[in-house]
Design a protein around this ligand. Structure first.
Ligand SMILES: Cc1cc2nc3c(=O)[nH]c(=O)nc-3n(C[C@H](O)[C@H](O)[C@H](O)COP(=O)(O)OP(=O)(O)OC[C@H]3O[C@@H](n4cnc5c(N)ncnc54)[C@H](O)[C@@H]3O)c2cc1C
Length: 451
């Protein structure tokens, strides 16, 4: 778990001078060198992390540009209109605890709404009895403790190993589905127990009545934004970095960069770097492959499951495709199912035809709801969106220590931000937001703080 110590004497005088000139001295203001597209900080990627970073840079009185490849801000927090309603097909909630996202929304006067605490558990079409809830909670707690014990001292194994060592009980399959496919978009045998044990994501307790995606986009509304601006190349030009945007002749010069694109986009080499990314970072990106989570939204009038607005339902593992159901979103007939792993990959590849069948199977097998009651669905396709390439990343077995590499500054001037960067609440909207703010704070320290 600890980093190897630096070997004494490895920093020669020449390397010391190079290091100090590049990294330690404040970078001279680009305004003095007169470039037209020059900014203090270029932020690449207009999701939660990029928006949070740009807000902090703007708040410090420094110049910035937020470059987003797609047509709108928000990234994996995206609200679309369907069935005459606002439908979130990415993050549909977030955690208030420890989160500056909630504080930023409140400061901007944006509406927030509380989510019900906990989730409801169903078995064979009926809500579980109190004692069954207790049994499931105990099984989940035990699985977490066993995983922690398995990685004691920093060793790492597949997350399925500590669970497989136990005699299977009535809840082991449900616990495995919840911790693996439904949380990380991959089966436990492909996930690092260490990475999973270090995850400490508070429960989502807030949502936005107009859609979480709309809320995140609104938080970026006053920034200096360029949408439809995919960055293709980042060049280290010594005293600054040049950012090349497709279709734009002159590169933007920046004294610091916050790189807030999804990890799988970096891993796929969709952005080029000159010089290339450090091997250590390239290895870490490979060590954390993307998982698949996709959402399917539909109207289900008459409240056949008997849910309060925004309640979340988990069903005991059985014959139905595993999913988490959010019911009666905002008090309407809108319901959203989140599928993980193989069913999610099928949705990403085949779209609404596959999504409709999976939703009908889920409702029919679990609740006896006739297929024709769901006439139409809309679904996300994060896995096949070239600007996203998956739902979230999680470490492969044996690679659980790699996530900390993302905290390193790259080429003295590039700070990584995004859901994959935090060691604890990775994979969340609030974590992505905080990582953007943290990256911006480090960029400001490099360029000399507030103007
Ligand atoms: C189905 C699903 C459900 C989820 N539900 C929840 C939830 O309920 N609660 C929760 O807390 N979290 C949830 N999450 C996670 C949450 O949505 C993400 O963690 C968060 O939105 C990630 O923000 P980000 O800024 O790191 O990345 P993103 O939001 O992905 O932003 C990255 C941006 O970079 C842009 N980009 C890519 N390439 C380039 C380029 N070359 N140049 C410029 N821009 C580029 C992309 O277009 C994108 O806008 C969910 C995720 C999914 C997929």
């Amino acid at each position: 778990m600890t980093r190897p110590p630096l070997l004494p004497g490895t920093l020669t005088r020449r390397r010391f001078l190079a290091a100090t000139s590049a990294a330690l001295l404040p970078v001279p203001a680009l305004a003095q060198s007169g470039g037209a597209g020059d900014v203090d900080v270029a932020i690449i990627g207009g999701g939660a992390a990029g928006i949070a970073a740009a807000r902090r840079i703007a708040g410090a009185g420094r110049t910035h540009v937020l470059l987003e490849a797609g047509p709108a801000l928000g990234g994996r927090a995206r609200t679309r209109t369907a069935f005459g309603l606002n439908v979130d097909l990415g993050a549909g909630g977030f955690a208030r605890t420890g989160a500056t996202l909630a504080a930023s929304a409140q400061a901007d006067g944006l509406a927030l709404a509380a989510l019900p605490s906990g989730r409801r558990l169903f078995v064979d079409g009926h809500e579980a009895r109190e004692s069954v809830y207790d049994a499931f909670t105990a099984a989940l707690g035990k699985a977490r403790r066993d995983m922690l014990a398995a990685v004691d001292g920093g060793k790492d194994v597949a997350a399925s190993v500590p669970l497989a060592a136990l005699p299977p009980d009535a809840w082991s399959a449900t616990v495995a589905q919840l911790l693996g496919p439904l949380s990380c978009g991959r089966g436990l045998s492909t996930l690092s127990a260490l990475d999973l044990s270090l995850r400490d994501a508070p429960v989502d307790d807030l949502t936005a009545p107009g859609g979480v995606g709309a809320l995140v986009a609104a938080l970026g509304a006053k920034l200096n934004i360029q949408t439809d601006s995919p960055v293709t190349l980042i060049t280290n030009s010594g005293r600054f970095h040049s950012v090349t945007v497709r279709g734009q002749r002159t590169p933007i010069r920046a004294r610091a960069i916050v790189l807030a694109v999804p990890a799988p986009v970096l891993a796929a080499g969709a952005l080029r770097f000159n010089p290339g990314l450090p091997g250590r970072l390239a290895n870490a990106l490979r060590a954390l492959p993307a998982g698949a989570l996709e959402q399917v939204a539909f109207l289900l009038p008459g409240n056949p499951v008997g849910l309060e607005p925004n309640e979340t339902v988990l069903v005991k593992a059985g014959k139905a495709p595993p999913a988490v159901l959010r019911g009666r979103v905002g008090g309407t007939d809108l319901h959203v199912l989140t599928f993980g792993d193989a069913p999610a990959r099928e949705i990403a590849e085949k779209g609404e035809v596959a999504a409709l069948k999976l939703a009908r199977d889920y409702l029919g097998i679990n609740f006896g709801i006739a297929g024709e009651r769901v006439a139409e669905v809309v679904c996300s396709r994060w896995g096949t969106d070239p600007l996203i390439r998956g739902a979230l990343v999680a470490a492969s077995p044996g690679q659980g220590g790699q996530r900390r590499v993302f905290a390193d500054v790259v080429q003295n001037r590039i700070f990584l931000a995004g859901e994959y960067v935090p060691a604890d609440d990775w994979g969340t909207l609030a974590g992505a937001w905080r990582s953007g703010e943290a990256a911006a704070t480090r960029a400001l320290a490099l360029i000399g703080g507030p103007a």
